[in-house]
Design a protein around this ligand. Structure first.
Ligand code: FAD
Length: 373
């Protein structure tokens, strides 16, 4: 083999690319694995700029499969990334009296169906909410992850597994080489281009999943891209050790964001800023960098304070803007299945998009079933 040949090249050093690179090296015996990331470090994009919720099913009353799979995957995530999971806060789900797609009674039945723990919250917790707007409040079990600690552990495991890492480097195209291998054109931030060859390619580039040129046909699954804003806030004392989600409609969540010791505030109406149907040639990363990031935090705070008056005392710090990539088919049920694609005309190239962090176990199950020689 020449110096530039690899058994597998993984495109994208987010959580998925890292976890898959480690899996290939440790569990599937791949010897020469290369992980290529366009940013200057690992887990800087969606894997950092998110709500940090380790899902446990509660969030998906309209998608039983997503809820149920989250129930199965959460314990595995806690087992594999224990140092990155924060369990030390109280998590409440509340049901709005108006405009909710689920009633309190339906929510309790749904939690029972998926086997998720739920209790009526005690009076001190219920007092935080405006009773004319909130039907009921429940104490549940849901955790938050620290993406900086995930990145630190991933970096160590990549090193231990002998995975090569190329940062500040973008994959521009994938093509079929005459030898039957795949060739990958890469470009670093200085503009230097290089072509590598590999037996397998794993495209884990999330928002960038459709932007590879050459023989890559684009993903078959229709995707929606959304510029999102989550506000990072310092919570006042009554809310400091809480995570709160109001279901299920035009409401909000506040969640601990362990990587910064703050909370994220997100709102179904004001977190999405701009959306478009994903297409090759429209780079979501460029679209975000050209976007004037005018915060909608004032609107979030105004609306959330109606339900949760003490939130008006929260202190705004900054906003995380990111592109969220969602499967079109799940627009109505809010489900988060994985995208796992192979291509007849580009054998041994896989595209993988997880939808949420714990779905990695659905991806690994799919990979376990693949004959990777
Ligand atoms: C606003 C928001 C809130 C969310 N909340 C949650 C939540 O609470 N819980 C949860 O589980 N999930 C949540 N998610 C989803 C979760 O963030 C994603 O499922 C997960 O981070 C995807 O990981 P990834 O590795 O696929 O993507 P990323 O972390 O984005 O990694 C993809 C990487 O590929 C790199 N890349 C792209 N193109 C190229 C290229 N051509 N060459 C080289 N590198 C490239 C990018 O720079 C990036 O680092 C949220 C997402 C968003 C945006």
């Amino acid at each position: 083999m020449s110096e530039t040949d690899f058994d597998a090249v993984i495109i994208g050093g987010g959580f998925y690319g890292c976890a898959i690179a480690i899996y290939l090296a440790k569990n599937r015996g791949f010897k020469r694995v290369l992980l290529v990331e366009r940013e200057s470090s690992l887990l800087l994009r969606a894997s950092y700029n998110n709500q940090a919720r380790v899902h446990n099913g509660y969030h998906y009353p309209r998608s039983f499969t997503t809820a149920y799979r989250s129930r199965l995957n959460l314990p595995k995530f806690v087992r594999d990334w224990p140092e990155a999971v924060n369990q030390e806060f109280t998590k409440l789900y509340a049901i709005s009296r108006r405009n909710s797609k689920v009633t309190a009674k339906q929510f309790v039945r749904f939690c029972t169906d998926i086997g998720a723990e739920i209790q009526t919250a005690d009076p001190a917790m219920r007092k935080l909410f405006e009773p004319r707007l909130i039907e009921d409040v429940y104490l549940v079990k849901e955790y938050a992850f620290n993406s900086t600690l995930i990145a630190n552990k991933a970096r160590l495991e990549l090193l231990e597994s002998g995975v090569d890492l190329l940062l500040d480097t973008q994959v521009a195209s994938i093509s079929k080489a005459t030898s039957g291998e795949l060739s990958i054109a890469i470009c670093d931030t200085g503009g230097e281009r290089k072509v590598l060859s590999s037996r397998y390619i794993f495209n884990c580039s999330y928002s960038g999943i459709n932007q590879l040129k050459g023989d890559f046909p684009g993903v078959k699954t229709e995707l929606k891209q959304e510029i999102t804003e989550m506000a990072l806030m310092k919570m006042p004392a009554p809310l400091a050790d809480l995570g709160i989600t109001v279901m299920d409609g035009p409401f909000f969540s506040l969640m601990p964001f362990p990587a910064k010791g703050l909370h994220t505030l997100s709102h179904v109406r004001y977190t999405p800023h701009l959306q478009w149907r994903d297409e090759p040639g429209i780079s979501p990363y460029e679209k975000l960098s050209d976007y004037p990031r005018i915060s909608q935090v004032d609107r979030m705070v105004r609306d959330v304070s109606r339900y949760l008056p003490s939130l008006s005392k929260a202190q705004y710090v900054e906003s995380l803007f990111e592109v969220k990539t969602i499967l079109m088919k799940n627009e109505s049920d809010d489900g988060r299945p994985i995208l796992f694609e192979k291509y007849e005309d580009l054998p041994r190239c896989f595209s993988i998009l997880g939808g949420k962090i714990d779905n990695i176990y659905d991806v690994l199950e799919k990979l376990d079933a693949e004959h990777l020689d």
